[in-house]
Design a protein around this ligand. Structure first.
Ligand code: G4P
Ligand code: NA
Ligand code: NA
Length: 194
């Protein structure tokens, strides 16, 4: 997605060979115009799938997720990482291990919102090691719902997540695919600049 590539080139900061900082438009400050375009792009790619719910994980998945949901005419659900005060029963839960933080988080969604028969589009801001996406897939399965596709804003193709998540057989669409962050440079995957 050209607009996103341009934004990453202009504002992304390569912190190391593995980490890209995008705080100016995705992870801290949010660029609503860009998020709208991202939502439209996800909707275009998954429009034929009969999506009934968009599911993401707090917090950085919410902005692109809500825009995709808006375009598809569905609700957005975000899985919580922390226990909610008002949400205690009827919870679907999955364990998500973070390699970066070396900790396991329990993510959860209420059975009130994710239901049998739902056709669910999963959205996340980054695909790195894939554990968050696999956790979301697990929640959908527990609900007896169907994973209709997975939409990722930025995939780091040099990490394991893309391979792991595609092995599940679900369609994964990444709007920017980064092949390398070596030498302080963002290199996009060839042929992926559309
Ligand atoms: P990991 O094992 O590769 O770290 O995957 P994990 O899903 O545990 O990532 C931990 C957090 O770091 C996630 O956000 C994920 O989106 C984010 N992340 C992974 N790689 C990058 C990167 O190169 N750049 C940036 N900016 N973020 C990255 P989170 O902790 O869930 O935070 P948030 O969703 O509240 O922002
Ligand atoms: Na994040
Ligand atoms: Na995320």
């Amino acid at each position: 997605m050209k607009l996103l590539h341009k934004k990453i080139e202009q504002e992304g900061k390569v912190l190391s060979d593995t980490v890209l900082k995008v705080d100016s438009f995705l992870n801290h400050q949010v660029d609503p115009q860009l998020m709208k375009a991202i939502g439209e792009e996800f909707a275009a790619r998954f429009r034929q799938e009969g999506i009934t719910k968009v599911l993401t994980i707090e917090s950085s998945g919410i902005a692109p997720g809500v825009m995709a949901a808006m375009e598809l005419g569905t609700p957005l659900i975000f899985a919580r990482k922390k226990k909610s005060l008002t949400l205690s029963e009827g919870l679907l839960t999955a364990e998500v291990y973070s390699f970066t933080k070396q900790e396991t988080n329990t993510i959860s969604v209420s059975t009130q919102y994710l239901k049998e028969g739902d056709r669910v589009l999963l959205i996340d801001d980054f695909l790195a090691n894939g554990q968050a996406a696999l956790g979301l897939i697990e929640l959908v399965k527990q609900a007896g719902a169907h994973v209709a596709g997975i939409g990722i804003v930025i995939e780091k193709s040099f990490q394991e997540g893309g391979k792991l998540v595609r092995e599940t057989g679900y369609r994964v669409e990444s709007l920017a695919e980064i092949e390398s962050l070596n030498d302080g440079q963002v290199t996009f995957k060839k042929g992926a600049e559309v």
